[in-house]
Design a protein around this ligand. Structure first.
Ligand code: NAP
Ligand code: GCO
Length: 268
């Protein structure tokens, strides 16, 4: 019989994954469902929530979907109240919803910069603040913030995103520090370059049929020689959501195929 410290099961747990109609959020929710969790997700548009529910159903998962813009504190508080009434207290929160705007910094408007910060940093604060009180009452909770390699590195055109994801790393550490005494663990997952709609522009086949230069760059910088798949994040997320990680707190688990360890393949 496994003791609690080797228990990767999420049976009996309610997991809320924000922005999980598709992409990384969907893959993480699917993995958590496979470990026994009840899945709750949200998206901004009803049509996407409906599409998400259908997609989960195709995987044999009865997911609970809510329309909610995670940057709207009143809407988030209303959603959490509805979830607690209709499904149950959120045991696991995955702050996954996120956007990116790839614009050279001096050409980026303050409005665009603020929008990225709002979704990628302010929203995880808003949603975490909404679920923590019930986690405290329940005596446990798990918060997983989807960070990024841009929590550690910069690159051209992603100033707002890097600022947000760097801040999200420190928000992760601060939630861990402030609420660890209530048996709440807050950790981050830092995906490498994952093949989802968000990175599709970086993988577009060129008019001459060649790979996008950035695609070639990532392939040469990744020991595995491939982009990550959203499903590569499922296992790490289940681990951080389970009792097996009860003494892991304030960490960012990078799931990047080794890109941060590798100088890169020398040109042939
Ligand atoms: P994606 O395909 O663009 O999906 C993002 C999801 O977030 C969509 O469902 C989107 O819904 C939702 N969303 C955006 N703004 C929202 C808001 N205000 N309220 C509610 N939902 C909102 O992105 P992804 O690649 O799956 O990325 C998911 C997370 O992983 C993001 O935080 C991203 O920064 C992070 N990440 C991605 C990669 C990567 O290589 N793909 C790597 C590291 C980290 P709509 O469709 O309605 O906009
Ligand atoms: C980019 C990419 C990255 C990935 C991811 C890397 O334009 O550099 O979108 O930011 O999304 O965050 O970890």
């Amino acid at each position: 019989m496994m003791d609690s410290k080797t228990n990767f099961s999420l049976a009996g747990k309610v997991a809320l994954v924000t922005g999980a109609s598709y992409g990384i959020g969907f893959a993480i929710a699917k993995a958590m469902a496979g470990a026994g969790a009840t899945i709750v997700f949200n998206d901004i548009k009803q049509e996407l929530v409906d599409k998400g529910i259908a997609a989960y159903k195709e995987e044999g998962i009865t997911a609970h979907g809510y329309v909610c813009d995670v940057t709207d504190e009143e809407a988030v508080n209303g959603m959490i109240a509805k979830i607690e009434e209709e499904v149950g207290v959120v045991d696991v929160l995955v702050n996954n919803a996120g956007i990116i705007k790839r614009i050279p910094m001096i050409e980026m408007s303050a409005k665009d910069f603020r929008q990225v910060i709002d979704v990628d940093l302010n929203a995880p604060f808003i949603v975490s603040k909404a679920v923590i009180p019930s986690m405290i009452k329940k005596g446990h909770g798990k918060i997983i913030n989807i960070c990024s390699m841009m929590s550690e590195f910069g690159r051209e055109t992603v100033s707002a995103y890097a600022a947000a994801k760097g801040g999200l790393k420190m928000l992760t550490r601060n939630i861990a520090s402030e609420y660890g005494e209530f048996n709440i663990q807050c950790n981050g997952i830092g995906p490498g370059y994952i093949a989802t709609p968000q990175t599709a522009p970086l993988r577009e086949v060129q008019p001459d049929g060649s790979r996008h230069p950035f695609d070639q760059f990532i392939i040469s910088k990744t020991p595995a020689g491939r982009w990550g798949e959203a499903s590569d994040l499922g296992g790490p997320a289940v681990f951080l959501a389970s009792d097996a990680s009860d003494f892991v707190n304030g960490q960012i688990l990078y799931v990047d195929g080794g890109i941060q360890a590798y100088i890169g393949k020398q040109p042939s």
